[in-house]
Design a protein around this ligand. Structure first.
Ligand SMILES: C[S@@+](CC[C@H](N)C(=O)[O-])C[C@H]1O[C@@H](n2cnc3c(N)ncnc32)[C@H](O)[C@@H]1O
Length: 217
C-alpha cells in the first residue's frame, strides 16, 4: 500500500466495521487538520485528466457542481474556466479548509451529502463533475450514488465522470473501489446519454489508466 493511503484505509476500516460507509471522511479530515493524518488526494493541482478536457471549454454563463470536492482543487479549476461553481462535500472540515485555502474564491463551498442533496440541486446544473468520489464510497452505495449524481444535471447539461478502472468481476478491498465499465455506463440514467467514454493513461503514470466519461442530457 502507498504510505499516503494508510490513514484513509485505517479510518475507513473503522467506519465500515461500525456500519457507517461514509463515516470515515470527517474523522480523516479532522485528523489531517491537526497534522495527525494524511489525506491521500490532497494534491494542489486539478485531477490530471481535467486540464486537457478543459482546454476547449468556456464556462461563461454556465453553472457547475463539483461532487465531493474535498479541498477544492477541481472546483477552482472549473471556476477558472468561467463556470459559476458550487462545490460540496460531506465533511464540514474539508469545506472549511477549502474556503481557507482559496480566499476570495468565486466558488460556493457547501457541506452536503450526495445521498441526501438539497432539493433545489435536482436537475439544476449545466455541468456536474464527479471525480473519484463515487469510487470512494463502498459498492453497496454505488447505485444510489450514481443516480444522485446523474439527477443533478440540468436538461441540456453535461456530466463528466473521472474514476479509476476496475475490470468486471475483479473484487477489490477498498477504499477506493474503482468503477467497472458497467458502473460507468450506469450514469446514463434519467435522460443522460453517453457522449464519449475513454480509458486514458495518467500523464504522470502512463501505466495506470482512468475513466473519463462525458454524458449529456
Ligand atoms: C477521494 S476524495 C476526492 C476529493 C476530490 N474530488 C478530489 O479529487 O480532490 C472523495 C471525497 O468525497 C467526499 N464524499 C464522500 N462521500 C460523500 C457524500 N456522500 N457526499 C458528499 N461528499 C462525499 C469525501 O469527503 C471526499 O472529500
Amino acid at each position: 500500500m502507498d504510505p499516503r493511503d494508510a490513514d484513509a484505509s485505517r479510518f475507513a476500516g473503522e467506519a465500515l466495521a461500525n456500519g457507517e460507509p461514509t463515516g470515515w471522511f470527517e474523522p480523516l479530515y479532522a485528523a489531517a487538520s491537526g497534522g495527525q493524518a494524511v489525506v491521500p488526494w490532497d494534491i494542489p493541482v486539478p485531477h490530471a485528466l481535467l486540464p486537457e478536457w478543459g482546454r476547449e471549454v468556456d464556462g461563461s454563463g454556465r453553472s457547475a457542481l463539483v461532487v465531493g470536492c474535498g479541498y477544492g482543487r477541481d472546483a477552482e479549476f472549473l471556476a477558472s474556466l468561467g463556470f459559476r461553481t458550487t462545490a460540496f462535500d460531506i465533511s464540514a472540515t474539508a469545506i472549511r479548509e477549502a474556503r481557507r485555502r482559496h480566499p476570495g474564491s468565486d466558488v460556493e463551498y457547501v457541506t452536503a451529502d450526495l445521498l441526501n442533496p438539497p432539493a433545489e440541486w435536482i436537475g439544476a446544473f449545466d455541468l456536474v463533475l464527479e471525480s473519484i468520489t463515487v469510487q470512494s464510497m463502498p459498492p453497496s452505495l454505488r447505485a444510489e450514488a450514481t443516480e444522485r449524481v446523474a439527477g443533478m444535471v440540468a436538461p441540456g447539461g453535461e456530466l463528466l465522470v473521472i474514476s479509476g478502472i476496475r475490470e468486471e468481476g475483479v473484487e477489490v478491498d477498498g477504499p477506493p473501489w474503482p468503477l467497472t465499465r458497467g458502473e460507468i455506463d450506469a450514469f446514463a440514467t434519467g435522460g443522460l446519454r453517453p457522449e464519449k467514454i475513454e480509458r486514458l493513461p495518467l500523464p504522470a503514470n502512463p501505466e495506470t489508466s482512468s475513466w473519463r466519461a462525458l454524458f449529456t442530457r
